[in-house]
Design a protein around this ligand. Structure first.
Ligand code: SD4
Length: 323
């Protein structure tokens, strides 16, 4: 574990207090390292696992993989991994991607029967000439890599699905049914910025549907020159505006992480306005971390929160919002 003195040495500006540095008027978007941030406050536990690695001077890629796996393994989180809500036909299918400090990446989409898609995605990045494997091919690859096959549908998720079948109405409830996808960004003591994103996708989705979470540039994007961003919420809106890539580009242009997230939220709002569509029942939340360790978040609706672990400890923060 880094002690305080070592921490100050690795921190960008030592004891300068860290904040989201959103629209506070400050021009310098300072931060410190190591730091890990993740979508939704439920990620406090995932942050603990990531900090075990970061706090010991470890690699940000190992930290984000270990962090999000906490949620993948938890059947109580019904938006990720084992215990995730199924599609409308009762099948659990998972999406995930991972990206490292060199801009290398790997993803799996529509993966069934393996509870840790993030680790399979990392293997795609490290062991194949490709960046994304889908469906049966992803399953075959997971098997070849020695991952254990299992049934991901828990009795609770099955019950929730059977309940949904009574109305069969596809109308994701803001901050509830699309809750708890985990996107995680970490900057380690050596300045390596990596990210991971993993989900069971929108509850009651069509069979075969893939959202934003495993799409590089949508659910996650990392560029060591600028920073990283990730998303949660209704994936279709994130993909249509290339949300995470947009945020990273905005940070590159000098915007703070929170400003950059707000610009991406505004992009969704203006696009829908032009299309004459209401966003009343739509939530998207963005999280961003710049290369100096400053962070921020923004969402369409009230209710998005996130977890941050840095020199000041592990804590929940509430995101700014537009509506
Ligand atoms: C998706 N963005 O598949 C994901 C869902 C999500 O918390 O974020 N759930 O659209």
């Amino acid at each position: 574990m880094l002690n305080r003195k070592q921490f100050l040495k690795t921190g960008l500006l030592g004891t300068i207090p860290l904040s989201g540095l959103g629209f506070s008027g400050k021009k310098k978007h300072v931060g410190s390292k190591p730091v890990v941030i993740a979508t939704w406050f439920t990620a406090l536990r995932a942050n603990e696992a990531a900090w075990e690695i970061l706090g010991n001077g470890g690699y940000a890629l190992d930290a984000v993989e270990a962090g999000v796996m906490v949620e993948e393994n938890d059947p109580k989180n019904m938006s990720v991994g084992y215990g995730g809500r199924p599609d409308r036909e009762g099948n659990v299918s998972l999406d995930a991607c991972i990206m490292d400090e060199r801009g290398e990446c790997g993803a799996v989409v529509f993966l069934q029967n393996y509870k840790n898609p993030i680790s399979v995605a990392r293997k795609v990045m490290e062991e194949t000439p490709h960046i994304m494997l889908a469906g049966k091919g992803a399953q075959q690859f997971a098997k070849e890599q020695g991952f254990e096959e299992m049934d991901l549908l828990t009795p609770e998720a099955k019950k929730a699905w059977e309940n949904w079948l009574k109305t069969s109405e596809y109308k994701p409830v803001v901050n509830i049914e699309n809750h708890d996808t985990i996107g995680m960004l970490a900057l380690d003591a050596d300045g390596r910025l990596c990210g991971a994103c993993t989900t069971s996708g929108a509850a009651w989705k069509m069979h075969g549907r893939v959202g934003d979470s495993p799409i590089i540039g949508a659910g996650l994007f990392v560029d060591p020159e600028a920073g990283g961003a990730c998303a949660t919420g209704l994936g279709e809106e994130v993909v249509k505006t290339a949300g995470s890539a947009l945020i990273v580009e905005m940070m590159r242009q000098g915007h703070s992480p929170e400003e950059a997230c707000k610009i991406a939220v505004d992009r969704i709002i203006s696009r829908n306005k032009k299309a004459g569509k209401s966003l009343k029942n739509t939530q998207v939340g963005y999280l961003a971390l710049n290369k100096d360790g400053a962070f921020g978040a923004y969402s369409i609706q009230k209710g998005f929160n996130y977890a941050v672990y840095n020199e000041d400890g592990n804590r929940r923060l509430d995101s700014g919002f537009r509506v």
